[in-house]
Design a protein around this ligand. Structure first.
Ligand code: BJW
Ligand code: ZN
Length: 261
């Protein structure tokens, strides 16, 4: 594990960085699920492409209007990948920290739609960009789990108003649920440490969460194998993967709260 940080007084492996804090906000992105087998969107010098189309075009409000069946094919394909994936040590380290109440407040905000934080047992979770396992009505917003919908029923028909349904995810050019983003901003404003894991931090408005935290005095820690747009703002940038780093970061807090006899 390598640590590059503007503050040279920190320990050189990042192990003790979470000790002593009370209110933690964790923001995750696609990178936390990479070691579970879910592809990221960007990184490694390229961006996700499917059938020759860039994901920015497939995952867009415009595509829902112009070709809803194609949007369903794209998300059914992605759901097929996610179905074969399990939460990893990074997801579990966060969930364990929540259930063992290591902090007075541990809010988890994710940009991911894969449901792996829930599968790991996370409780206090804000899914900013929706959930790939749900459909939502284009007209009345009725939501339904895709496990209750015939997979050949594409686009699914809303059982409340009979209009078509779409995947319950937030696409480019769409606004996020006000309640969710405001709640994330509020938690960012009061946290004393903000841990940002596996996100390139280029997508607005989620990328404002660490900015708000830092502006309000929180210590900002990033876990990512690569440098990101957020790196210059971070107090500590830990170069490593979620599975390598998160269990170690949280275990130091466990040791602090429950010292070995
Ligand atoms: C590891 C690892 C390991 C690898 N361990 N780490 C110009 C300027 C500013 C803003 C805009 C602009 N033009 C348009 C906008 C707005 C737009 C936006 O931000 N665009 C930018 C790309 C420029 N935003 C929106 O449209 C949002 N809505 C909005 O702004 O409403 C107001 C508005 C309305 C109308 C017009 C304009 C504004 C909505 C954004 C919704 C994003 N939705 C998506 C798709 C969801 C559905 C789907 O899955 O298809 O969400 S986009 C995609 O990016 C997805 C992700 O949640 C999101 C963030 O990606 P993330 O998580 O950061 O992943 P990556 O792949 O980018 O990064 C992975 C990282 O992991 C890398 O850093 C790796 O190094 C690292 N990693 N392995 C740890 N093992
Ligand atoms: Zn409806």
């Amino acid at each position: 594990m390598a640590l590059s940080a503007p503050n040279t007084s920190v320990p050189d492996d990042g192990r003790m960085l979470l000790r002593g804090f009370k209110r933690l906000l964790v923001l995750t992105g696609a990178g936390i699920s990479a070691e579970s087998g879910v592809p990221t969107f960007r990184g490694g010098g390229g961006a996700a492409v499917w059938r020759g189309m860039p994901f920015e075009s497939l995952s867009s409000a415009r595509m829902v209007q112009h070709d809803l069946p194609l949007v369903w094919e794209w998300f059914d394909y992605r759901r097929g990948i996610v179905a074969g994936c399990e939460p990893n040590a990074g997801h579990r380290a966060i969930a364990d920290a929540q259930t063992s109440m290591l902090f007075d407040d541990l809010t988890l905000v994710t940009q991911n739609i894969d449901g792996l934080h829930l599968a790991a047992g996370s409780t206090d979770l804000i899914e900013l960009h929706g959930n790939i396992h749900q459909a939502r009505c284009l007209s009345c917003n009725f939501r339904q789990g895709l496990n209750e919908i015939d997979p050949t029923d594409r686009p699914p028909v809303c059982s409340e108003c009979f209009d078509s349904m779409r995947p319950n995810v937030v696409l480019f050019g769409e606004t996020l649920d006000d309640t969710l983003i405001l709640s994330a901003y509020e938690k960012a404003a009061i946290c004393d440490v903000c841990l940002v894991v596996g996100t390139s931090a280029v997508v607005y408005p989620a990328n404002q969460i660490p900015v708000i935290a830092k502006r309000n005095g929180a210590v900002l820690i990033e876990v990512n194998p690569e440098e990101t747009d957020l790196t210059p703002t971070c107090d500590h940038s830990i170069r490593g993967t979620a599975c390598e780093i998160l269990p170690r970061l949280f275990s130091s807090v466990t040791n602090q709260q429950h010292p070995a006899p």
